[in-house]
Design a protein around this ligand. Structure first.
Ligand SMILES: Cc1cc2nc3c(=O)[nH]c(=O)nc-3n(C[C@H](O)[C@H](O)[C@H](O)COP(=O)(O)OP(=O)(O)OC[C@H]3O[C@@H](n4cnc5c(N)ncnc54)[C@H](O)[C@@H]3O)c2cc1C
Length: 493
């Protein structure tokens, strides 16, 4: 039986792993070790003037799909036996949903050729030629349905999209999507690892459209047997596209931390792990500089490249593989404007690399969550900067000043959204190496890491954004699975 589990990294993955461990029928002693003073990793919300909320990292969590539902079930209405439901974290009344009929759920834009273009929605939108696309997207759909299955075990997102949907969809839509989700390059990212549902749909049904349609039908049919809660039913009935929390998403890690502490989990902050060594008796020594911890099992929810530097010499092959999972940086610039209005209403817009190598997109925070605008309310938008522009600056060793990012962001807001007046409030944060890149062949790295851990029976489990999904829901699921593996059991949601 596992007696002590040490969880490395207090981002959402490590918090989720600890949360599950602490709820096991016979919970082990759990120690969560976070290097910084702050819990939640990239999830960080700052309160600005008049109480406005500025998200420095994620700003919305998707409730759709099995993982989206699991997150809502897990942290909000926790179903107990006899149908009684109890809110474990006390956050239910804080949830801010974006309902399906809201402009932030319905409208997304691409900024191409110096103009904003609404992405088509509904069948009629697919039948008409809608700029920036030269032909109705119906033709891309027809091509998709008649294209045969790819033969390679992996493919870049660009090549996959070009083969199945044509060059325009690949270079405008998929290029932008990769920038929006991964701040990455569609010509380098792996479709198998970044968009597994598209890859699987092609493998199983020969067509992504058929696969997604059939998948949606089966998931609706299978729902009746899944756990349920009032909040989840509400999310489905109102077709939520995403949700946040009134005081910002950071309320989630804060509430998990309070819950963990009340359950006897030791949460150490400001204690970076400096090394791991495996003792002859089979347990780990986790070095924290001045002190060390002993663990029967370690769950690492650290970025792969960080863990690679902490592993002992016996695990050098694993360290080598993990060191190749790189990450890119993003500069997040939160802007607030007084008395300003957006030219369109929607979630936000993405910018393909051909249009601007540095601006990934702009999120219209005030449209999705006006409750967070503060008093008196001010228009909030977030400009995400990154891509090849930032990579080149980093590679050249340029000085990456706050002024540079602020200037770029204000310029983008002025040109792309007409927000020409200076903002009343501005926050600039450069997040170095914040989004892991699942490049072509990422699946082989995961296979090799899993094989090494199994072959050497190392009491170590990997969790976190570096492996199988960067979205908050993916990270929470990776924590759940890691906890189950550490305990050698299945954990119910
Ligand atoms: C700008 C941005 C916007 C995003 N937007 C969204 C969004 O809208 N929706 C969505 O679903 N997802 C979004 N994501 C993705 C998502 O937020 C992240 O993938 C996720 O939060 C990563 O969680 P994690 O716990 O795996 O890793 P991290 O958050 O990186 O946590 C790792 C933790 O390990 C700690 N650590 C590092 N080294 C050590 C050490 N030596 N010892 C101890 N601790 C250490 C770090 O301090 C950190 O707290 C966004 C990400 C970013 C960066």
């Amino acid at each position: 039986m596992v007696r002590t589990v040490v969880v490395l990294g207090g981002g959402i993955s490590g918090l989720a792993a600890s949360y599950h461990l602490s709820r096991a029928p016979n919970p082990p002693k759990v120690v969560l070790v976070e290097g910084s003073k702050h819990l939640g990793g990239w999830i960080r919300s700052i309160r600005g003037p008049g109480g406005a909320i500025f998200e420095l990292g994620p700003r919305g969590i998707r409730p759709a799909g099995a993982l989206g539902a699991r997150t809502l079930l897990l942290f909000f209405l926790f179903p107990r036996t006899c149908g009684e439901q109890v809110s474990e974290l006390g956050l239910d009344s804080e949830v801010l949903p974006v309902r399906g009929d809201h402009p932030a759920a319905q409208n997304r834009f691409l900024y191409v050729g110096g103009a904003l273009h609404a992405l088509p929605s509904g069948i009629r939108g697919l039948l008409r030629p809608l700029p920036p696309f030269s032909k109705p997207l119906f033709w891309a759909g027809l091509k998709e349905l008649t294209t045969s299955r790819g033969k390679d075990p992996d493919e870049t997102v660009h090549s996959f999209a070009e083969r199945r949907l044509g060059p325009e969809v690949a270079s405008l839509a998929m290029d932008s999507l990769c920038r929006g989700v991964f701040a990455g390059n569609s010509r380098e990212l792996s479709v198998r690892s970044c968009f597994p549902s598209l890859f699987q749909a092609e493998q199983t049904h020969r067509s992504i459209l058929l696969g997604l349609l059939l998948g949606a039908a089966f998931s609706t049919a299978g729902r009746s047997s899944q756990p349920d809660s009032a909040l989840l039913r509400q999310a489905r009935a109102e077709r939520w596209s995403q949700w946040s929390l009134r005081g910002g998403l950071e309320m989630l890690p804060q509430a998990i931390n309070t819950d963990l502490t009340s359950r006897g989990v030791t949460v150490l902050r400001g204690q970076p792990v400096c090394g791991l060594s495996l003792q002859a008796e089979g347990y780990w020594k986790v070095s924290l500089g001045d002190s060390c911890l002993e663990a029967d099992h370690v769950i690492s929810a650290l970025p792969a490249s960080v863990l690679s530097k902490l592993l002992p010499a016996e695990a050098a092959p694993l360290a080598r593989v993990l060191s190749t999972i790189s990450a890119v940086s993003v500069a997040v610039v939160n802007l607030q404007y007084r008395g300003a209005h957006l030219p369109v209403q929607g979630f936000g817009h993405l910018v393909p690399s051909s249009e601007d190598p540095g601006v990934l997109g702009i999120v219209y925070d005030s449209v999705a969550f006006p409750e967070q605008d503060g008093s008196p309310p001010g228009l909030r938008v977030t400009v995400m900067l990154g891509g090849s522009w930032l990579q080149t600056l980093e590679a050249k060793g340029c000085v990456l000043s706050q002024e540079l990012f602020q200037q770029q962001a204000q310029k983008a807001a002025a040109t792309q959204l007409g927000l020409k007046e200076p903002p009343s409030h501005c926050l600039v944060h450069l997040h170095r190496n914040c989004i892991p890149q699942y490049t072509l062949g990422h699946w082989k790295k995961l296979e090799s890491a899993t094989h090494f851990l199994a072959a050497h029976r190392l009491p170590l489990t990997l969790a976190g954004a570096s492996y199988q999904g960067v979205a908050v829901n993916d990270c929470i699921e990776s924590g759940r699975q890691a906890a189950a593996q550490a305990l050698g059991s299945e954990i119910d949601s």
